[in-house]
Ligand binder design. Structure first.
Ligand code: PGA
Length: 296
């Protein structure tokens, strides 16, 4: 997680070097507002590690897992940690993570506020039980459950309007990669997912780049391949918004992240953490990935 240098015109002027400020802008809105008023600033993005449990665990094992993660990181402030248990266990998990630094996330959200949507969960329901972060457009929702770009964009809007940190998941299939379409697919998903999202709402957006062929398969994108897509995502966001939004945006990598490959991925300048599936189901491996992000 490297520092990003931002100048008014994208330049770091020799004579202005003493005005550089080093700050973790993703932690505090007030600090961020103050810093953006300075002519030149240096941002350091706080890594964010998410544990996406998917449709795994049961009530007891989920509570034990959450407790083991919360115990390990109750006082760490070098990264953000969020766990995304199944909906049914959110409340129980919330009671376990309590005041620890671990935040509670939901794997999905419905875009309407209430009504005849059998099986769906609204923003208010999630808020009521302590959820602060929401995944939108996860690969399994796109490819297994057939969610469209239109639906994903609606969910993004609802989640952000409701004040959630919102993780927009994007990624190409193996076929799309092999036919040379990785960037057009990924940047297309970024652009369409962010449609109608304002620059100020971008403070609450995280993008998770998760190549579909790497999810749950044991195959990981090489740090170089992942870095090059992350960089393109950041450039795309720069074009859609501005320098500050692009340089403060956190972009997670997801797809078979494990303790053995985490440090190498996190060493890349545009990789700001990970969204972890399989390896988040064991406290030992998830905690090792979180620890690796703190060292990067
Ligand atoms: P994985 O899943 O770590 O098991 O590949 C990642 C994800 O789906 O978010």
């Amino acid at each position: 997680m490297s520092a990003a240098l931002v100048g008014i015109n994208g330049f770091l002027h020799e004579g202005l070097k003493k005005r550089i400020v080093l700050a973790d802008v993703s932690k505090s809105r007030e600090i961020r507002r103050f810093l953006v008023s300075l002519p030149i600033l240096m941002t350091k993005r706080t890594p964010i590690i998410g544990g996406n449990w998917k449709m795994n665990t049961d009530l007891e094992s989920g509570m034990l897992l959450a407790g083991a993660v919360a115990d390990q990181f109750d006082s760490c402030d070098c990264c953000d940690v969020v766990i995304y248990p199944p909906f049914l266990y959110l409340q129980a998990v919330d009671s376990v993570i309590g005041q620890s630094m671990v935040s509670l996330g939901a794997q999905d959200i419905w875009h309407a506020s209430n009504g005849a949507f059998t099986g769906e969960i609204s923003a208010d329901m999630l808020k009521e039980i302590g959820v602060t972060s929401v995944l939108v457009g996860h690969s399994e929702r796109r490819h297994v459950l057939g969610e469209s770009e239109v639906l994903i964009a609606k969910k993004m809007k609802t989640s952000l309007a409701s004040g959630f940190q919102t993780v927009l998941c994007v990624g190409e299939t193996l076929e799309e990669r092999e036919s040379g379409n990785t960037l057009s697919v990924v940047l297309g998903q970024v652009t369409s997912g962010l449609e109608g999202v304002s620059a100020s709402q971008m403070e609450s957006v995280i993008i998770a780049y998760e190549p579909v062929w790497a999810i749950g398969t044991g195959k990981t994108a090489s740090p170089e391949d992942a870095q090059s897509v992350h960089k393109e995502i950041r450039e795309c966001v720069r074009g859609l918004y501005d320098e500050i939004v692009a340089d403060t945006l956190r972009i997670q990598y997801g797809g078979s992240v494990k303790p053995d490959n985490a440090a190498e991925l996190f060493a890349s300048p545009d990789i700001d953490g990970a969204l972890v599936g399989g390896a988040s189901l064991s406290a030992d491996s998830f905690n090792a990935i979180v620890a690796a992000s703190c060292k990067s």
